[in-house]
Design a protein around this ligand. Structure first.
Ligand SMILES: Cc1cc2nc3c(=O)[nH]c(=O)nc-3n(C[C@H](O)[C@H](O)[C@H](O)COP(=O)(O)OP(=O)(O)OC[C@H]3O[C@@H](n4cnc5c(N)ncnc54)[C@H](O)[C@@H]3O)c2cc1C
Length: 423
């Protein structure tokens, strides 16, 4: 295993090239352009060294660009994928658009507390710290992912937004917004869904003269103090945000169907305990479902109570909006300052559109995370991809092991001379 923060030299298994690994000498705070780790496969170490910039960073064009596997997205799914691929002996790179490999967690709302206790919020190989039965906060997840990234034996290249991916029949080329290209015979798309908020067509919403925002843009409630806010949705985010906002604003929770609840701790144990001991959590039933089941609100009783006393006020979905006037099915009207859409997310895979890997709605064509259109292509982090826990901290590692084993096997059996898998 390599220590990715130290310099090392090794013979490549695929050719006679020397692989040199450099920790960016001046990149101690993870923020320098080009990312956490720079690495370069070259036959000429001296000339490579000369290409170091005067600031000690390896210039962007000098990254190693030919890998056994590429992972697009450096969140929990990307990290789990990279760990599993490297355990299959594959030289792996994560290409992450942001400045560190912590996924979308820093962009989630400030008060977020996990619905899963620490014991059920761990990725493979590293327990979530600080108490197994405690429900961690958002920032603890960010710290956890930072430390997890340090344990992953892969190149993590930040500020690398993948714009397009091409396939030539044997492997993939990823083109980044900065003009870099990376190649590999295997590619895992792990870019989550947070960058594709789903905005439903609601009658008159385009005439609304107040503020319209999606839950993905919501951070904290005080910005809405004194307003009338209509929160649209009936899932976990809708209810949590509506209840939090209701302490500062007049809030209506509008939804087609009333929220449905699940007790967070039935019979005194976390729901995830029961899902685990019954085997439900890991049941590979995802491929047999046509659509993901409706999300239920995990509740200790607090949310149901708040809605029962009308703070926030639950209402059937409005029929239309006209300016600031909102029309309700019972014929009444109200005015609103903001409409907050907690209406979910779609898969975020724009860089695969040209590849023909997606269906007409932009969703991956896959079975259990394995592409049904391109050998060597896989997905991670999709809701109900394989199991009920596929899109969660506790479940994505299981899928990562499955996908990595399949990718390693598929490529070995269907191609010759591809990649440089360590045997
Ligand atoms: C509000 C909220 C609360 C949640 N609470 C929990 C919880 O309590 N417990 C739990 O287990 N799960 C929870 N989840 C679900 C899930 O664990 C998270 O959504 C998680 O962040 C998904 O991880 P991911 O790696 O699949 O995607 P993301 O975290 O979205 O990471 C995707 C990464 O891909 C990068 N990326 C995107 N496009 C590109 C591109 N073109 N090129 C390169 N990089 C790109 C992004 O910058 C990002 O870093 C919650 C989700 C939400 C939205």
């Amino acid at each position: 295993m390599s220590d990715k923060y130290s310099t090392r030299t090794a013979e490549s298994s695929s050719d006679t090239a020397v692989v040199q690994w450099f920790r960016n000498p001046g990149c101690v705070d993870r923020s320098c352009p080009g990312g956490i780790l720079a690495a370069k496969r070259t036959t000429d170490v001296d000339s490579h060294a000369q290409r170091l910039s005067p600031f000690g960073h390896v210039q962007r064009k000098d990254f190693m660009t030919d890998y056994d596997a590429l992972v697009i997205g450096g969140g929990q799914s990307g990290l789990a994928a990279a760990r599993a691929l490297s355990r299959q002996g594959l030289d792996t790179a994560i290409l992450e658009a942001g400045d560190e490999p912590v996924g979308s967690w820093p962009r989630y709302y400030d008060s977020l507390v996990l619905f899963s206790p620490g014991r059920y919020s761990s990725l493979p190989g590293m327990a979530f710290p600080g108490g197994e039965d405690r429900y961690p906060r958002r920032d603890e997840v960010i710290d956890y992912l930072r430390r997890y990234a340090d344990t992953v034996d892969a190149d993590i290249l930040t500020h690398q937004r993948v714009d397009t991916v091409e396939y030539d029949g044997t492997g993939f080329t990823a083109h980044t917004a900065g003009g870099d290209t990376f190649t590999a015979p295997r590619l895992v798309a792990a870019t989550g869904s947070f960058d594709s908020p789903y905005v439903p067509r609601l009658p008159g919403l385009d005439t609304f003269t107040g503020t319209v925002l999606h839950a993905s843009e919501y951070r904290e409630p005080t910005a809405f103090a004194g307003q009338h806010v209509i929160v649209v949705g009936a899932g976990n985010s809708a209810v949590q945000i509506a209840v939090e906002l209701a302490e500062h604003a007049e809030v209506t929770l509008a939804s087609r169907n009333p929220p449905k609840y699940l007790p967070q701790e039935p019979l005194g144990r976390p729901l995830h305990f029961w899902a685990t001991v019954t085997g439900f959590d890991a049941a590979p039933i995802g491929p047999y479902l046509r659509t993901a089941p409706t999300q239920r609100v995990l509740d200790t009783g607090r949310y149901r109570r708040a809605l029962t006393i009308g703070n926030p006020v639950p209402r059937s979905m409005f029929t239309s909006i006209d300016g600031t006037t909102v029309n309700w099915p019972d014929g009444t009207t109200s005015t609103a300052d903001s409409v907050l859409l907690a209406t979910g997310y779609a898969q975020h895979l724009p860089y695969l559109v040209g590849l023909g890997a997606l269906d007409s709605t932009g969703r991956a064509r896959h079975r259990g995370g394995i592409s049904t259109t391109h050998p060597g292509l896989a997905y991670l982090g999709i809701d109900w991809q394989r199991t009920p826990s596929s899109a969660s901290l506790r479940g994505v590692g299981r899928d990562a092991e499955f996908v990595a084993a399949r990718l390693a096997r598929t490529r070995k059996s269907t191609t010759t001379g591809l990649g440089s898998a360590k045997q």
